[in-house]
Ligand binder design. Structure first.
Ligand code: SAM
Length: 236
């Protein structure tokens, strides 16, 4: 039986970043990403799509930035640095994370903003790579369509790794207590799976007029991957 998509507010989005429950949930998120295998899933998708090192990466809903750090640290990518812009409503990229990026040759900028609004006003010059991890599922179809439309206009390659809306993922989300995740993480995980994606749902919202080749597929046990690659890359 198919699970209907349902978007509800997540606790982490409204908690003060200084709240100890929020800090703990951010650390839980690193473990959840590990269990889901999202850094490896995204790295594989990027390796297939873009063998060259991107000079500019934008991450939407980047959180503490550690997810992208795990991606750029993967030796298979052989990327050699550039600029990263993290966009999130909360500016929480820590000193150690910035230092780890810097050691790998990446300059980090953070923008504290609503990603939809920021994208609408961002420079139209396309970025080499725009990514989102556990982020797109926050949106109802209408703002998500607007977000994807702005992303299509501004990126040569867009890749997202999201919760898969499946009973296997729902079961996994109900078991997060077993790996020590707190109440915020346990609540948001279930909400996230119900708001996640299946089939070709993201492709259907991507603007039909864009010149991107689309791929959308189930990845690992709990994830859903979407990749849109411009057929002829434009440069700013
Ligand atoms: C589930 S967390 C994922 C964080 C990060 N991508 C990761 O994998 O660790 C979702 C992030 O989206 C951010 N967020 C939610 N709605 C947003 C919006 N409209 N604009 C920008 N950031 C938003 C939250 O602050 C949070 O950091």
């Amino acid at each position: 039986m198919r699970m209907a998509r349902c978007v509800e507010p997540e606790w982490l989005d409204v908690l003060d970043p200084e709240d100890p429950r929020a800090s703990r949930a951010r650390r839980d998120l690193q473990r959840v990403n590990k269990v889901m295998g999202n850094a490896a899933i995204l790295a594989r998708a990027l390796l297939k799509a873009q063998p060259h090192s991107p000079r500019l990466i934008v991450e939407l809903g980047a959180g503490d930035g550690t997810f992208l750090l795990r991606v750029v640290q993967r030796p298979t990518l052989r990327w050699h640095g550039g600029k990263i812009i993290f966009v999130d409503r909360q500016s929480i990229v820590g000193k150690d994370t910035r230092a780890a990026f810097s050691a790998l040759g990446w300059d980090v900028d953070t923008v504290e903003a609503d990603a939809v609004t920021w994208l609408q006003h961002a420079s139209p010059g396309p970025v080499d790579l725009m990514i989102a991890n556990l982020f797109l599922h926050h949106f109802q179809p209408q703002p998500l369509t607007a977000l994807l439309s702005s992303a299509a206009a501004r990126s040569n390659l867009f890749a997202a790794c999201e919760p898969r809306r499946s009973y296997a993922a729902l079961t996994g989300s109900l078991l997060l207590g077993a790996i020590g995740c707190n109440d915020v993480s346990r609540h948001d995980a279930v909400i996230s799976v119900r708001a996640g994606f299946a089939d070709q749902e993201l492709s259907a919202l991507w603007p039909a007029s864009s010149r991107h080749r689309l791929e959308e597929y189930a990845a690992g046990l709990f994830s859903h991957c979407f990749v849109a690659q411009r057929t002829h890359a434009r440069h700013a």
